[in-house]
Design a protein around this ligand. Structure first.
Ligand SMILES: Cc1cc2nc3c(=O)[nH]c(=O)nc-3n(C[C@H](O)[C@H](O)[C@H](O)COP(=O)(O)OP(=O)(O)OC[C@H]3O[C@@H](n4cnc5c(N)ncnc54)[C@H](O)[C@@H]3O)c2cc1C
Ligand SMILES: *[C@@H]1O[C@H](CO)[C@@H](O)[C@H](O)[C@H]1NC(C)=O
Ligand SMILES: *[C@@H]1O[C@H](CO)[C@@H](O)[C@H](O)[C@H]1NC(C)=O
Length: 572
C-alpha cells in the first residue's frame, strides 16, 4: 500500500505543476517556483525517501553490478535540478515541446547503454526494480511515448548505441537502433558513393522508432519503406533473451518491422539492405504563393500527377497559409519538393510534360550526389554540410499536434478550396502530402504490418505547430486540429479511416481501458478502433506475434499492441 501511494505521488507531482502552469501568466518563473516548492516537499516526505530510495537503489545497484556506467536520476537537492545531467539528458531528445520541460511525469532515471549487454541489463534491472521501460531512439514520437508514462518508469535512451557498420560488397549495413537517420545516411555515404537507404528526410529521427513504424521517404516510390529493406534484426525480449531473425521467428520479425515501436522488446540493431542510386540525382524545392483557387488548382493537379510519376520521381506537396518558404505569414501557398533518381534535364522534361502548371524552370532544378540531396531536404540551415547530418540535436523545436489520413480517390477541387479556407484562418497549421504509387503499390498489404499500399494515392499529414507550452492557446490549437480532422472525414479513406503509426495519435483510442472497471465491450471497441486504423487487416497477426514474444505486456505504451489474454474475446 505504501508503495502505491508513493507511485501516485511520483506522477502526481509534475502533473500538478502542469496544471498550475496552464492558468498562470508568467509561466516559466511560476513553474520554477512551484517545481522547487513541490520538489522540496516531496523530497522531505519521509515515506518517500524510504520507499523511493529502496526501489531506486535496487535499480542503481543492479545497473552498477551489470557494469552499466551511464545513468542519472533526479538530484535529491532540488536547487540543482535544472542544471543536472539528468535533466539535460532527458531534455536532449524531447522533440515535441508539448511534453517539455519535463514530461508530465518524470522518469525515475535515464539510462544510456553503450553496448548490447548494457541494453539488456537496462531492461532487466528496470523490470526487476518494478519500473516500466521507455525506449528512446531519436525521441520523435508525436505523443512523447518514448519519454513519458503514467506509472513509475525508466527512460532507456539509445543515443550511445549509434554505430553504423557498412559492408559495401554485400550492400548491407548493421545499424544500432540508437543511430539517427542522419547518422545512418552519413555512415553509408562514407563507405560508398552509389549506395543509399530508403527512409525519412529528417536527420534527427531515430532508426529505432522510425523503422519500427515503417519509415517513408524520398526513395519509397522506388524501393518501399525503410522496414521493407530490413534483412535481419537483433531483438532483446522481456526476459533478456537476445534473438536474431531465426531465433525470434517470422511472426515476430514481421511485427517489429512496422507494428510500432515500444511493443515487442528492445531492438538492439537492424541489418539493412542498401540500395543503388545514380551518381547524380536531381532535386528542387519551389514555393508557389497564390490565391486560394489558384493553390487549389495546383493541389488538384498534383494529386493526379504525383502518384503516377515514374518510380524514380518523388514529388511531395505542402500547403498552408504560413509555410516558411512563402516568406510572408498569412499568405496561402504550396511548396513542392521534387527528387529524381537521374539527371536534372530529365526531371525537368518529366515535369514539363506531366505538370506544366508548376512552371518548373531550369534554374530551379539542381543536380547533386544522393548524399547532398539528403542535406538539401534535411531542413538543416543553409550552408550545412554532409557531416552536419550527424548532429543529433533538433534545432528549432516546437510544440505540435498532428494527425494523418490516406487518400484513395482524388479530392474534388471544390473541396480543396474549402480545405484551404480552413487553413487560411489558422496559419499555424499546414498539410504535407506524400505521394504513394510506384513500389508502394506493388508490395502486398500483408507483407509487413504497415498496410497502406495498393490503391492509396497519397498520405496526408495535418500539423499544427506553435512555439512553446507557455502559449496560452495550447489547448485551442489541439482542438482546432480535432475539428479539422472531423471536417476531413468525408474526403479521405474510411471503413476504417486509416492512419500511419509513425504519426502516432492518441485521439484514435488507447489501451487506457486496462483500468479495471471499463465494460469489456468498450475495451474491445477501443482497441479495435486504433489498431485497425493503423494496421487494417494485419491487426490480428500482430496480436498473435505480441502474445508470442511478450505475453506479459512488459513493453507497452498507451497505443501498443496487446497480447490476446488482455483483449479476451476480441479475437474469438
Ligand atoms: C520532424 C519529424 C520528421 C519526420 N519525418 C518523417 C518522415 O519523413 N517519414 C516518416 O515515415 N516518418 C517521419 N516522422 C515520424 C517518425 O518516423 C516517427 O515519429 C518515429 O517513430 C520516430 O522515431 P524516433 O526513434 O525518433 O522516436 P522515439 O520517440 O525515440 O521512438 C518512437 C517509438 O518507438 C519506440 N522505440 C524507439 N527505439 C526503439 C527500439 N530500439 N526498440 C524498440 N522500440 C523502440 C519508442 O519507445 C517509441 O514508442 C517524422 C517525425 C518528426 C518529428
Ligand atoms: C553519458 O553519455 C552522454 C552521451 O554520450 C554524455 O554526454 C555523458 O557525459 C555521459 N555521462 C557519464 C556519467 O558518463
Ligand atoms: C528543457 O527544454 C526546454 C525546452 O527546450 C527548456 O525550456 C528547459 O529550460 C529545458 N530544461 C533544462 C533543465 O534543460
Amino acid at each position: 500500500m505504501a508503495t502505491r501511494c508513493i507511485d501516485i505521488l511520483l506522477f502526481l507531482l509534475p502533473l500538478s505543476v502542469a496544471a498550475l502552469t496552464k492558468c498562470s501568466g508568467e509561466q516559466s518563473d511560476q513553474y520554477d517556483d512551484e517545481l522547487s516548492r513541490l520538489a522540496s516537499e516531496w523530497y522531505s516526505s519521509s515515506e518517500r525517501s524510504d520507499q523511493y530510495s529502496d526501489r531506486l537503489s535496487q535499480l542503481t545497484a543492479c545497473l552498477a553490478t551489470a557494469g552499466v556506467d551511464n545513468f542519472t536520476y533526479p538530484s535529491a537537492d532540488p536547487t540543482e535540478a535544472a542544471a543536472s545531467s539528468f535533466y539535460q539528458l532527458l531534455n536532449f531528445s524531447i522533440q515535441n515541446l508539448r511534453f517539455a520541460p519535463g514530461p508530465a511525469a518524470l522518469p525515475a532515471a535515464v539510462v544510456l547503454p553503450a553496448t548490447q549487454l548494457h541494453l539488456r541489463s537496462a531492461v532487466l534491472c528496470s523490470r526487476e526494480a518494478g519500473y516500466s521501460v521507455r525506449l528512446r531512439s531519436g525521441g520523435h514520437s508525436y505523443e512523447g511515448l518514448s519519454y513519458s508514462a503514467s506509472a513509475p518508469f525508466v527512460v532507456v535512451d539509445l543515443m550511445r548505441l549509434n554505430r553504423v557498420i557498412v559492408d559495401s560488397a554485400s550492400r548491407t549495413a548493421w545499424v544500432e537502433s540508437g543511430a539517427t537517420l542522419g547518422e545512418t545516411y552519413h555512415g553509408i555515404s562514407a563507405a560508398s558513393d552509389d549506395l543509399a537507404f530508403s527512409a525519412g528526410s529528417c536527420p534527427t529521427v531515430g532508426s529505432g522508432g522510425h523503422i519500427a513504424g515503417g519509415g517513408f521517404g524520398l526513395l519509397s516510390r522506388k524501393y518501399g519503406l525503410a522496414a521493407d529493406n530490413v534483412l535481419d534484426a537483433v531483438l532483446i525480449d522481456a526476459d533478456g533473451q537476445i534473438m536474431n531473425r531465426d531465433a525470434m521467428g517470422e511472426d515476430v520479425f514481421w511485427a517489429i518491422r512496422g507494428g510500432g515501436g515500444g511493443a515487442w522488446g528492445a531492438v538492439y540493431a537492424w541489418k539493412l539492405r542498401l540500395l543503388p542510386v545514380p551518381s547524380r540525382v536531381a532535386a528542387f524545392i519551389i514555393n508557389r504563393p497564390g490565391s486560394t483557387p489558384r493553390i487549389a488548382q495546383l493541389f488538384h493537379k498534383w494529386q493526379l500527377v504525383a502518384p503516377n510519376l515514374p518510380d524514380e520521381f518523388y514529388l511531395s506537396a505542402f500547403v498552408g497559409a504560413g509555410l516558411p518558404e512563402s516568406g510572408e505569414v498569412g499568405g496561402m501557398s504550396a511548396t513542392f519538393k521534387g527528387f529524381y533518381l537521374g539527371p536534372a534535364s530529365e526531371a525537368l522534361s518529366i515535369m514539363t510534360q506531366t505538370f506544366p502548371e508548376l512552371q518548373l524552370a531550369d534554374s530551379d532544378c539542381h543536380q547533386m550526389s544522393w548524399i547532398e540531396s539528403v542535406v538539401f531536404f534535411s531542413g538543416l540551415p543553409e550552408g550545412s554540410t554532409v557531416s552536419d547530418l550527424k548532429n543529433r540535436f533538433l534545432i528549432d523545436k516546437k510544440s505540435f499536434k498532428a494527425k494523418s489520413d490516406y487518400v484513395r480517390v482524388p479530392i474534388p477541387e471544390s473541396d480543396l478550396i474549402s480545405i484551404l479556407n480552413q487553413l487560411l484562418v489558422e496559419p499555424k497549421a499546414y498539410l504535407i502530402m506524400d505521394p504513394y504509387g510506384g513500389a508502394m503499390d506493388r508490395i502486398p498489404s500483408d507483407h509487413l504490418p504497415f498496410p497502406h499500399r495498393s490503391g492509396n494515392l497519397y498520405a496526408i499529414q495535418y500539423l499544427i505547430e506553435w512555439q512553446t507550452n507557455a502559449d496560452e492557446n495550447n489547448q485551442n490549437y489541439i482542438e482546432w486540429m480535432r475539428k479539422f480532422y472531423e471536417f476531413m472525414a468525408d474526403k479521405v479513406s474510411d471503413n476504417p479511416r486509416a492512419a500511419y503509426i509513425n504519426y502516432v495519435d492518441l485521439d484514435l483510442g488507447t489501451n487506457g481501458w486496462t483500468i479495471e472497471d471499463e465494460p469489456a465491450i468498450d475495451r474491445m471497441a477501443n482497441v479495435k478502433s486504433w489498431g485497425e486504423s493503423y494496421f487494417l487487416g494485419n491487426y490480428e497477426r500482430l496480436v498473435r506475434a505480441k502474445t508470442k514474444v511478450d505475453p506479459d505486456n512488459v513493453f507497452h505504451n498507451p497505443q501498443s499492441i496487446l497480447p490476446s489474454n488482455q483483449i479476451n474475446g476480441y479475437l474469438a
